[in-house]
Structures are given as structure tokens and as C-alpha cells.
Design a protein around this ligand. Structure first.
Ligand SMILES: Nc1ncnc2c1ncn2[C@@H]1O[C@H](COP(=O)(O)OP(=O)(O)OP(=O)(O)O)[C@@H](O)[C@H]1O
Length: 720
């Protein structure tokens, strides 16, 4: 394979015939150099593939190289020749002086290139695909990085055959769960193990490449490979947006939409696609493409500049996760296409990913990604339980991220404030619950606990505060207090502002503190820890001395009691409780019986005199008591509804109940006799009560009379 089939030129397989010059590109397994073929003084490109980094044996490589040498199309970069040098394979190719479309965009068109140039480039590329598919080949790596441009405006599809030959054929790839190709451009059927793919996979990649040229980057390019994989499988296909991509024609949008259909059978063939209006109207590339690289430095200098930029970006990101991301991005920028995916690994990793980026460039929202991830991981086998576990166990962590809205919408968005240590423990418990029950959604308690943790007032934890009710709403925190919250707070506030009619959260549950509608509503939340803080009247809380059910007593109440003359205070509880109780007759009766009298009364009585001013209220109360008793007796009487006659002939004995053996007639007689006896007893009692009432009235009269005498006595207030 030392000689190419080139019509006019023959290239040797001798490495010493080639002088390698500048590096003009690099990929996953190869570095490409501008070179001089010394015998002909011809500028060529030499791609040096590291066989140790390749996934195939030398026989496969040779076979594919032979196939590649048969490729002959103006839009396909063919190989002049290829040969092995040590542990490398050198592939000699025509030099494409303007490099790849990817490099061009990175250097001069970061936001994409204009539609006429796109149309020209894509049309030439599509011609290459038509040819390759006709030949029975699948390119498998269509992307901007593999579309090369020459100074005259020529467009060629590169990287066919060489990289493909270095990997197993499709069936063998799938059997090993290993894929070839950059995930951003890979068709869903290629990414899904078990589903076959064909040349239509190139059509999908072609559609992605169209978006890449239009925007300057491929859809999902900012995501790590594993996430791209899942997004490609689960999300709606990306496309040109009719609003956002106003500058592009309808025919362009339609062409992209035709390519990016998930069902490969519904995608057009390359040949059919080429007949679309978008390509019919495309101009020759020399008219549209050349201006793209006018005034740009030589290719090797551009490549060097890109390399420096990539290195600087990597250096800037020092955190491990950032490094991974930067590496991923860098790999993308370099146009690396040889990803080796372990699908099971990817599923697990993807399930751990947090979606903290904004909506992607294709209008696929984060939520849809979440849904995709969720359904994907939930449908999986052995890794499923672990993924689910992580998802559940990270429920609390989700609060820190953008799953907040989900939590809020799930009705768990509430805001309580409580003792930090308590909440910390509860949160820990919640985590334990979550981890101990990987297959279950965390219990309400766990969720609530986690939610509660988010209310921890520490600066660190405030990041995780969330929910439709912020302190400003529930607890009336000041704006300055809200300022303690970090970045999440702004989002929350914004959310709240946006959704003023958000569903009212449930306040049930063990950690639900009531909003402070009433100072009397403090029963449940009071904790010995005293962690209760809010913006309510602090004085009222400071005065809080006792909680009785729904009632609270504060020292202010006590003060009020003190203000009342002690003579008006009935008594204090034996426990010294300041609970107020209305004056009762019973109190006075007890006091009277026990001889308990107010202190000053006792003091006065020690002199052997009873002041009129002291005894008068006492007597008045006795009068009231008597009146109440009278009322009571009268009510009893009215309830009795006494019969006209009463039979007391039984001398107080209750007539015997009839025996069961007696006839019914006798039993009825006996029952009526018993009733009559009872009625007579009632009458008796009634009579006695009347007598007692009379006696009471007589007593009352005596008291009144005595009172009058006391009042009429000269110097009556000196005592009786
Ligand atoms: N004939 C060529 N003329 C000019 N530049 C070239 C040529 N061939 C390749 N390049 C440049 O080198 C880069 C890497 O080449 P290539 O894509 O073939 O390597 P690779 O290892 O197969 O990478 P990947 O597999 O990621 O595509 C290309 O993106 C392109 O910029």
C-alpha cells in the first residue's frame, strides 16, 4: 500500500521522503502535519495515527486503508498513500489549506457562519455522502471538524475510512457496548445498544452539523458526553427555532428538521435530501466560502492560537469537576471523535449529574433533561437501584440546585425557622431515611426535615433555602435579613415575584410552625431550645411564662392581675399559677367555710373588729350566692313537673318489682305502684326543698337586716 492510485502522482511509502512541518490539527488518536513530499516538492498533509491508542489490529487497518484508496470523489479527502512507521500509521493526504470548518469558526466565526456559505458547504458535503452511501459506506463521523476547506473554496469531507477502520465494525462495537464517534453528532439509534443503524445515521449527523455551522457549536456541546448521550436519546430532537433563528430561511429550517428525526426510517436519504429547495438554491462554494477565511493567518498559526486558548481555558479551571468539564469541552473543540463509552457507566454517571446549566441552545429545557434522565435511569437494570438511591438520597442536595421548582411544585415548598441543631439532626435523619430506603421516595417527614434544614440561618445553609414562602412572606424578615441569603435567594425572590398566586403550602407536619397570626398560637412550636425567633413582638415572647393548650400567659398578664386590688382577686392556684379565673361562688363558699379571708381582712380581724367596708362585699356575695341557689332550686322544680297527687302510703318503701312468673296483668299493676311510689318521694323532696328555700330567704332577710343595722350604727365602720 505504498503507492496511491493517484492518476498523475505517485507517493512513496518511505517516511524519509516526507518532511513534516507544522502541526495543523489533532484528534483523539492522531496528529496531522503539514508536510512536504520531497521527491515532488508537493505540499501534503500527513496524519500520524498512534496505533497504541487505536482499537484495532494492523490487518484491519490495512484493509480499510485499501478501501480508502479506492475512494475517488471531489468532495471526499482521499489518501495518497499510507504506511506504518514504528507504532504509527502515516496517512498521506492532499493538504486542505484552510483547515476544517470547526477551526474556522473557532478563529473567526464563533457564532456560526452565514446561510449562503452554510448552504454551499453542506451541499458539497452532502454530495460526498451521496457518493459514499452509493458505495455502501457509512462515514459515521460527519461534523464540522471533518469538513475541510481549501483556499480555492473547495469543500471536502475528511476522515473517512482511516479512523473508521481503526475500530470494530458496527456489530462488534455494539456487542462490546462501545461506540465510536462524537456523541453530539451521534444519532439516537447509534447510541442505543441493540438497535441497528445504517447510512441514515450520517443524515442525523449531517443535520447536527448544519446546526453547528449555524450556531458555532453543536447542540448539547457544553454538556459532558454521558449527558449528551442521554439527551440525544430522551429529548426531542434539536432544531432551528422559528423565533430565535429568524435570520435563517424556512427552507434551511425544514431541511434540518428532515434530518433530525429520531425515527431513522423517516429521515431522507442523502440523495433525496440533496433535492431539497435549500440545496437547489445553494451557490458554488467559491462564491460563498472563500470570504470566510479572507485575511486570516496561515492555518498552522490559527491552530497554534486555538491550542493556546484551549490550554488557557484548562488552566483557569482548577477544580476537579471543572477540569473534567473543561476537558470535555476541549475534546469537543479539538474535534475528537473517538469516544469509547461504557454505557452502564454513563447511565450511573448521568444519574448523578445535576442540571445547573441554563436551557440549552436548542430550547430543550432543563426540565425535559431531568425527565429524560429520570425515566432513563428508572428503566435500567442493575444500575437502576443505585441511580435511584442517589436520586433519593440527594433530595436534600437538590434543594441546593435547580430542582427547587420541582420541590415547590410538589407542594413541599414552605418556609419554617427553627432551632438549627434540631433541624440539622432532622435533616440527618431524613438523609438516613432516604438512604435506608433507596427504593422509596423519602417520607414526608424526611422531606419536611430537609426543607426545614434549608431554613437554617447560617450563611452556608441559606443557599439551600427555597420554597414559595420566604422569610419575607411568612416571618416578615426584613430586606436586610434576606440579604443574608446567597445566590439562591435572588432566584427565589424572583420566583415568588413571578408567581404570586402560587399554591398555598401545607403547614401540616411536625415541623410546621404556624405563621404568627396570634401570640396565643404558640403551643406546638415552643421548644425548650428556645430557638423560636421571629419578627413578632419580642416583648410578648420574653414575657411568656406558661403555655396551657392554646392559651398562653405572659408576665404582662401577671402585671394586669397585680393591678387589680387583691380583694377582687378570688384566689391563686395552689401552684401559684397566675392563670386568671373568674370569681366564683364556690371560692367564696370554701373561703367562708374554712375561714379564709383576704390578708388585710385577717389583719383587721386581729383587732377583734370587722370593718363594714370589709364585711359588706362579703355579705353581698352571700346574697348573690343565695340568689343563685334559689334559681337553681326553681329550675329543678320546673323540671320535675310534679303530679297533682302523691302517694306516700308505703312509708317510704319502694314496692317490690313484679316476679317474672306473675301474669302480665299483675306485673302492670306492680309497675304502676312503683311509679306512684317514686312520684310520692319526689313530692316529698320537693316539699323539703321549698322549706329550705324559705329558710334561706329568712336567713337572707336576717343578713339584710343586720347589714342595715350595721350601716345605721354611728361609727359603723369601727366594726361590729
Ligand atoms: N488533509 C488535511 N488538510 C488540512 N487539515 C487537515 C487535514 N486532515 C486533517 N486536518 C486537520 O486535522 C484535524 C484532525 O484530523 P482528523 O479529524 O483526521 O483526526 P482524528 O484523530 O481522526 O480526529 P477525530 O477522530 O476526532 O476526527 C482536522 O480537524 C483538521 O483540522
Amino acid at each position: 500500500m505504498g503507492k496511491s492510485r493517484s492518476v498523475q502522482r505517485v507517493y512513496s511509502a518511505n517516511a524519509s521522503d516526507y518532511k513534516l512541518l507544522e502541526e495543523i490539527g489533532y484528534g483523539a488518536s492522531a496528529t496531522v502535519f503539514r508536510a512536504i513530499y520531497l521527491p515532488l516538492n508537493d505540499v501534503v498533509a500527513v496524519k500520524c495515527l498512534d496505533l497504541d491508542r487505536c482499537n484495532s489490529n494492523l490487518d484491519d487497518i490495512r484493509r480499510e486503508a485499501q478501501t480508502m484508496s479506492l475512494i475517488d470523489h471531489p468532495n471526499v479527502v482521499s489518501a495518497h498513500c499510507s504506511f506504518v512507521v514504528g507504532r504509527s500509521l502515516w496517512v498521506v493526504m492532499p493538504f486542505m489549506a484552510e483547515g476544517s470548518c470547526l477551526h474556522l469558526m473557532k478563529i473567526a466565526h464563533p457564532d456560526g457562519i452565514d446561510e449562503p456559505a452554510i448552504a454551499s458547504i453542506l451541499k458539497e458535503t452532502l454530495k460526498a455522502l451521496v457518493y459514499l452511501h452509493e458505495q455502501g459506506h457509512i462515514h459515521r463521523d460527519v461534523k464540522a471538524g471533518n469538513i475541510l476547506l481549501d483556499t480555492n473554496g473547495a469543500v471536502k469531507l475528511a476522515d473517512f475510512g482511516v479512523s473508521a477502520c481503526l475500530f470494530d465494525s458496527g456489530d462488534r462495537q455494539r456487542s462490546r457496548n462501545t461506540f465510536v464517534g462524537t456523541p453530539c453528532w451521534m444519532a439516537p439509534e447509534v447510541l442505543q445498544p441493540g438497535s441497528g443503524y445504517n447510512s441514515k445515521a450520517d443524515i442525523w449527523s449531517f443535520g447536527i452539523t448544519a446546526l453547528e455551522l449555524a450556531h458555532g457549536h453543536a447542540p448539547f456541546s457544553k454538556y459532558p458526553p454521558m449527558k449528551v448521550l442521554l439527551m440525544t436519546i430522551q429529548n426531542a430532537p434539536p432544531g432551528l427555532d422559528y423565533d430565535r433563528d429568524k435570520k435563517f430561511s424556512k427552507s434551511f429550517k425544514e431541511m434540518v428538521a428532515m434530518c433530525l428525526v429520531k425515527d431513522q426510517t423517516k429521515r431522507p436519504t442523502a440523495e433525496k435530501l440533496l433535492k431539497q429547495a435549500f440545496f437547489k438554491n445553494a451557490k458554488p462554494p467559491e462564491l460563498t466560502v472563500k470570504k470566510l477565511f479572507a485575511d486570516l493567518p496561515p492555518l498552522w498559526n490559527r491552530v497554534k492560537a486555538i491550542q493556546h486558548k484551549d490550554a488557557a481555558q484548562l488552566a483557569l479551571k482548577r477544580m476537579p469537576s471543572s477540569e473534567e468539564e473543561a476537558l470535555s469541552q476541549s475534546e469537543y473543540q479539538r474535534g475528537v471523535s473517538a469516544w469509547n463509552f461504557d454505557v452502564e457507566d454513563l447511565k450511573i454517571q448521568a444519574s448523578l449529574l445535576q442540571d445547573d446549566e441554563d436551557d440549552d441552545v436548542d430550547g430543550n429545557t432543563r426540565n425535559s433533561v431531568d425527565e429524560g434522565l429520570k425515566s432513563f435511569t428508572n428503566n435500567q437494570d442493575p444500575s437502576t437501584s443505585r441511580s435511584t438511591l442517589d436520586a433519593d438520597a440527594s433530595y436534600g442536595r437538590q434543594i441546593n440546585g435547580n430542582h427547587l421548582q420541582k420541590i415547590e411544585e410538589a407542594g413541599y415548598g414552605f418556609y419554617v425557622e427553627n432551632n438549627m441543631s434540631d433541624l440539622g439532626n432532622l435533616s440527618k435523619n431524613a438523609q438516613e431515611i432516604s438512604e435506608s430506603s433507596p427504593d422509596q421516595v423519602p417520607s414526608t417527614l424526611a422531606r419536611e426535615s430537609i426543607q426545614a434544614k434549608s431554613k437554617s440561618p447560617s450563611a452556608k445553609d441559606r443557599r439551600s433555602q427555597s420554597g414559595p414562602l420566604t422569610p419575607s412572606i411568612v416571618l416578615g424578615h426584613s430586606a436586610s435579613e434576606r440579604g443574608h441569603t446567597s445566590e439562591r435567594t435572588d432566584v427565589e425572590t424572583h420566583t415568588i415575584t413571578e408567581k404570586p398566586n402560587r399554591r398555598i403550602p401545607s403547614f401540616s407536619g411536625p415541623l410546621m410552625l404556624p405563621n404568627r397570626a396570634s401570640a396565643n398560637s404558640l403551643s406546638a412550636p415552643i421548644k425548650s431550645s428556645g430557638g423560636y425567633r421571629d419578627s413578632l413582638d419580642e416583648k410578648a415572647k420574653a414575657n411568656l411564662v406558661q403555655i396551657k393548650g392554646r392559651f398562653s400567659v405572659t408576665s404582662e398578664n401577671v402585671d394586669l392581675v397585680k393591678d387589680i386590688p387583691l380583694c377582687a382577686v378570688p384566689r391563686r392556684s395552689s401552684q401559684g399559677s397566675p392563670l386568671r379565673k373568674s370569681a366564683s361562688v364556690a371560692d367564696w363558699m370554701i373561703n367562708s367555710k374554712q375561714g379564709l379571708i383576704p390578708p388585710q381582712t385577717s389583719k383587721d380581724s386581729s383587732n377583734g373588729h370587722l370593718s363594714v367596708s370589709v364585711i359588706t362585699p362579703h355579705l353581698q356575695n352571700l346574697f348573690q350566692q343565695t340568689a343563685i341557689q334559689q334559681d337553681f332550686i326553681m329550675k329543678l322544680m320546673s323540671c320535675l313537673e310534679l303530679p297533682e297527687t302523691s302517694d306516700v302510703s308505703q312509708n317510704g318503701r319502694l314496692p317490690p318489682l313484679p316476679r317474672s312468673s306473675e301474669s302480665n296483668g299483675n306485673a302492670e299493676v306492680a309497675t304502676s305502684e312503683r311509679e306512684r311510689f317514686l312520684l310520692s318521694r319526689i313530692s316529698e323532696l320537693q316539699f323539703k326543698m321549698l322549706n329550705l328555700t324559705d329558710e334561706l330567704n329568712a336567713e337572707r332577710s336576717k343578713f339584710l337586716h343586720l347589714q342595715q343595722q350595721l350601716n345605721s350604727m354611728p361609727g359603723g365602720d369601727n366594726g361590729v
